[in-house]
Design a protein around this ligand. Structure first.
Ligand code: GLY
Ligand code: MN
Length: 442
């Protein structure tokens, strides 16, 4: 088994621009952590059961700093003359000549295909790369150490500001996600005919896996009474005429940047009067939130703007047991029964990006150019909610856009999808939908 094997192509493939962007990110981290040794591991695929694993998804900090997703790799930044030297440690491939080549189903090249080694990665990344066995014991990452946690927080803060290349990745992710909405809606008849929510979930996931790396989070497809469940990923229900269909979906690009977009469609093509009433209120809330996004604005401003519109609308419908002012006060929040989640979050390599940053740098900060946020107000009336009239029970509506804070205002990246009820009806009818998927595998 050890001999008689010719050479193989082990070129390490990176997405265009990824290595240069990562070099820029390392420079920013180096400036923020002068004198510190920083160790960031890519991680391993988690065990699914027995000897099978989930797909490997590299740690986002590692990807931000290297541009690559290499299972088992570790990046070390060592302080040197006011800056840092970077060294990447990668697992040695189990090639012909090693026992693992044929005996290790997890890593052996006869089992998993050709794997780039240190010299291949070094050529692709422009970094010194060594086998992971050479990683000094003192540098084996301990994610619970105080230093590691501080570094995580600093990385989360830095990752909030996207550079031009990252904005391009997020724009592509949104564009591919919009195509995914079109692919899913084209399958609506099959879903109604018996495929149900899961057919639509599978349709989006196949699309995301074909044009990108896959879905950036578990795809949410909630039809009818499932629409008000915030993260309905079980998707084991039918899709029935007359119901609403909430689709919350994001393509993660091969660079691992993800979109996160939600629209709510009427399965039969036209909103009923009550569905339209709810959608219109969420749309007004959404527009108020979008208007509150811009450089120098409080991060929480768009949340409050959205909530105020929702609270007033719910009050007009007679649903609030107190005045709007009391509901909006910190001690009130009665309207939150119908929107328990926040109205948005940072978006990037993670769908809930930069969540490790300290609260005063996230919720308590002002918006800056280069931030990318989601804006996602909604109203969620559970089927078993006895505090709302029967016609509202089982209705759920969310509108979610991905928004870039620019130097002068905000740019909605997902504006190829309408946010108003008539626009959604037209889009559903196919009148203004894009054609077939633009990019395939390759
Ligand atoms: N779209 C899923 C979420 O934001 O939680
Ligand atoms: Mn979201």
């Amino acid at each position: 088994m050890a001999t008689g094997w010719g050479p193989q192509d082990r070129t390490a493939r990176l997405e265009p621009g990824a290595a240069d962007a990562a070099a820029g990110h390392r420079a920013r981290l180096s400036a923020a952590l002068t004198g510190a040794t920083v160790v960031v591991a890519a991680g391993h695929a988690p065990i699914r059961s027995n000897d099978t694993t989930y797909d490997f998804r590299a740690d986002s900090d590692f990807v931000w700093l290297t541009g690559a997703a290499i299972e088992g790799a570790v990046l070390v930044l060592s302080p040197a003359a006011g800056t840092h030297d970077a060294t990447l440690y990668v697992p040695a491939p189990q090639r012909a000549g090693t026992t693992g080549f044929f005996a290790d189903p997890m890593h052996g090249e006869l089992w998993v295909g050709a794997v780039p080694g240190p010299s291949d990665w070094s050529a692709a990344l422009g970094l010194p790369v060594r086998p992971v066995q050479d990683l000094p014991d003192a540098l084996v990452p301990n994610d619970r150490s105080e230093a590691a946690q501080t570094h995580r927080r600093v990385l989360a803060e830095l990752r909030m500001i996207k550079d031009g290349w990252e904005v391009e990745q997020l724009s592509r992710a949104v564009e591919d996600t919009v195509d995914g909405f079109a692919a899913v809606l084209a399958e609506l008849p099959a879903a109604v005919a018996g495929g149900g929510e899961r057919w639509l979930q599978g349709t989006f996931d196949r699309h995301a896996r074909t044009v990108g790396n896959g879905p950036g989070y578990a795809t949410i497809v909630g039809s009818g009474v499932h629409a008000p469940t915030l993260h309905w990923v079980r998707c084991d229900g039918p899709v029935v005429e007359g119901a609403l269909l909430l689709l919350d979906m994001g393509v993660e690009e091969r660079t691992l940047y993800t979109a996160d977009v939600t629209r709510t469609f009427p399965v039969s093509g036209t909103f009923t009067e009550t569905q339209r009433l709810v959608h219109d209120l969420v749309e007004r809330s959404h527009r108020a939130a979008l208007a509150a996004v811009g450089p120098g604005r409080d991060y929480t401003g768009f949340h409050h703007a959205a909530m105020e519109v929702l609270a007033r609308g719910l009050s007009d419908w007679g649903l609030l047991p107190v005045s709007v002012d009391e509901a909006l006060s910190p001690a009130g929040q009665h309207h939150r029964r119908w929107i328990v989640c926040g109205v948005g979050h940072h978006l990037g390599l993670d769908v809930h990006d930069c969540a490790q940053s300290p609260p005063d740098r996230y919720l308590g900060a002002a918006m800056e150019p280069g931030m990318v946020l989601t804006v996602e107000p909604g109203l969620y009336f559970q089927a078993h909610d006895e505090l709302v009239p029967p016609e509202l029970r089982g209705l759920g509506v969310r509108i979610e856009d991905d928004v870039l804070v620019s130097a002068t205002g905000a740019q909605v990246l997902s504006d190829a999808l309408p946010i108003d009820a008539p626009g959604l009806e037209a889009w559903l009818s196919g009148a203004s939908r894009p054609g077939p998927v633009r990019r395939g595998a390759g």
